[in-house]
Structure formats: structure tokens, C-alpha cells
Design a protein around this ligand. Structure first.
Ligand SMILES: [Zn+2]
Length: 77
């Protein structure tokens, strides 16, 4: 059996935007940064992940009056 047929698999650290880190084996041989992982992906969690991209929440607030969000912000403080 020839040794050099298979690419080299190395253990890499994958860091997710949610803060989750895990190691995997990859031919990349370097650490990865992902925006979504099995810990926060809606497919795995069954929950919708709250991501405020490009001020979508702000637009929603303006459109619907934002009463819900104002209450939510008050309870945070
Ligand atoms: Zn994640």
C-alpha cells in the first residue's frame, strides 16, 4: 500500500461565531472560522438563531412600531 496516495489529515480548531469551538480533522491543515456550527445552527437546535444583519431589526421596528422590541430592551437593563 502506497503511503502518499491519501492527503494529509490534520487536527484543526474550528471557531464559530457563537463562541463554540471544536476540533476536526481536515486536509486544510489550518484553523477555521465559521459563522454557524452544529451548536447554533437552527437545523440542529430547532430554534431560530437571532442574527441582526444589516439592521434588519431596525427596519422591522420602524415598520411595526417597535413596541415589542422596546419592552424587550427595557427588561434587559
Ligand atoms: Zn455556532
Amino acid at each position: 500500500m502506497k503511503k502518499n496516495i491519501h492527503p494529509e489529515y490534520k487536527e484543526i480548531t474550528v471557531t464559530c461565531a457563537c463562541g463554540n469551538k471544536f476540533t476536526t480533522r481536515s486536509t486544510l491543515c489550518k484553523d477555521l472560522h465559521v459563522e454557524i456550527c452544529s451548536a447554533c445552527h437552527p437545523f440542529y437546535t430547532g430554534k431560530q438563531k437571532f442574527v441582526d444583519t444589516a439592521g434588519r431589526v431596525e427596519k422591522f421596528q420602524r415598520k411595526y412600531g417597535g413596541d415589542y422590541f422596546r419592552k424587550a430592551e427595557k427588561s434587559k437593563k
